[in-house]
Design a protein around this ligand. Structure first.
Ligand SMILES: *Cc1c(COP(=O)(O)O)cnc(C)c1O
Length: 393
């Protein structure tokens, strides 16, 4: 960690494993878990997270072909499902590497079938069904079921699963989620009438896992809960106890006194009403630390809250340490996580800045190295400065 004096995200792999055990305990034995590690594992690092949770999952879900290949290149051998639309031109790559796409249009299915025949392989896919999200998926009526039958009948293809996605399962009122669940079940009935076998049925995201046991089916798709965050503040926190996986750490680079009337940061939005002591923290929106925490957020120094003064810059911001004795350069600063009895959660940052907690972790930038910890020991690091460029001379 000595290398990372400016900022680093600490990724607690024990917490990720704890979260998997907690979820496992609320699922029926036969219900499998798909680990959702899209957006580089919600900003935590897809590969280390996938490896940490591997004993608990049947496979992984990502958003893109590149994300799927990245897992495979790093030795992940369990099935990988792509949750979003894949361009038909990627079909060969899917078949060649045995990556499972979500299919819901005839052109996609035909391209996949063509690639499978060409390569002499069988391509497995999951059929996406739209039950209320209006994002991807065949319609959940008879026309959609007919299309599904046509797709499933194409040569070289094997329908492995049928899934849909909740739009509002994280709300206290489950009316909408139950309506989607009803449509999904009806659709499964239509497939059955058409003689289509569905090996794996899945609908639940984290909110479904935590609050809709009737929606667990054969498999659930755990995303945000792996990382120790609840899908929303309307979701019950007593049944499954999640532990946050990411914390964000920095250190003071400069401490100084400012006189009454001094302005702080761009725009001079903060003016000192009395002499103050302020600390400069070398993290900014260029690291994914939200600029909308300007003048609102806090950091922890010596286990106490130090309010952010004025605007968060691209690479730095200032915090008020007037009330915190003996703050010196190099003293640790906690931006997310606990210090002493105080804690700043990702949810608090989201609420204070008017943001979204999923987005905060996903957006922690490439300039922030990740340090992986297990049993109190550093077991790995990732920094994102080994970029590869093609076609530049
Ligand atoms: C992202 C995603 C998930 C995971 O959702 P969480 O709320 O993070 O658990 C599950 N299914 C689909 C289709 C998704 O896109």
């Amino acid at each position: 960690m000595e290398r990372y004096t400016r900022v680093y995200a600490r990724i607690d792999l024990d917490a990720a494993e704890w979260n998997m055990k907690e979820m496992r305990a609320c699922l029926a034995e036969e219900t499998r878990i798909l680990g959702v590690v899209k957006t580089d594992g919600y900003g935590h690092g897809a590969v280390p997270i996938a490896k940490a949770i591997d004993p608990y999952v049947a496979g992984y879900a990502v958003a893109t072909v590149e994300e799927a290949r990245n897992l495979q290149r790093h030795g992940i051998t369990k099935p990988v499902l792509i949750l979003g639309a894949v361009h038909p031109s990627c079909s060969r790559e899917l078949v060649q590497y045995g990556i499972c796409p979500s299919v819901f249009t005839l052109p996609q299915a035909e391209a996949l079938s063509g690639a499978a025949l060409e390569l002499g392989k069988t391509a497995e896919f999951h059929l996406a069904v739209d039950t209320g999200m209006s994002r991807i998926g065949v319609s959940c009526g008879p026309a959609g079921a007919d299309l599904a039958a046509r797709i499933a009948g194409l040569p070289g293809l094997r329908l492995e699963g049928v899934f849909t996605h909740f739009a509002q399962a994280d709300e206290a009122d489950k009316t909408s989620a139950r309506r989607q669940l009803g449509r999904y079940q009806e659709f499964l009935g239509m497939l059955k009438e058409r003689g289509i076998e569905v090996p794996i049925r899945h609908i639940s995201n984290s909110a479904g896992i935590l609050e809709l046991p009737e929606a667990h089916f054969d498999m659930v798709r755990a995303g945000i809960s792996i990382y120790g965050l609840y899908p929303s503040d309307e979701v019950a926190r007593d049944r499954v106890q999640l532990r946050p996986v990411m914390s964000l750490h920095s250190a003071v680079t400069y401490v100084k006194e400012i006189p009454e009337g001094a302005k702080v940061s761009y725009g001079g939005t903060f003016t000192a009403k009395h002499p103050m002591r302020i600390a400069t923290v070398p993290v900014g929106y260029g690291d994914g630390y939200p600029r909308n925490l300007s003048g609102k957020g806090c950091v922890l120094i010596h286990g106490k809250r130090a309010p952010i003064l004025g605007r968060v810059c691209m690479d730095q911001f200032m915090a008020d340490v007037t009330e915190i004795p003996d703050v010196r350069e190099d003293d640790p600063v906690t931006l997310i996580g606990a210090d002493g009895g105080e804690r700043i959660s990702v949810e608090e940052l989201a609420e204070t800045g008017g943001g979204f907690h999923y987005e905060i972790v996903c957006d922690i930038g490439k300039r922030v190295p990740r340090v992986y910890v297990r049993g109190g020991e550093i077991v790995g690091k990732k920094d994102y400065f080994d970029d590869m460029y093609e076609d530049f001379v």
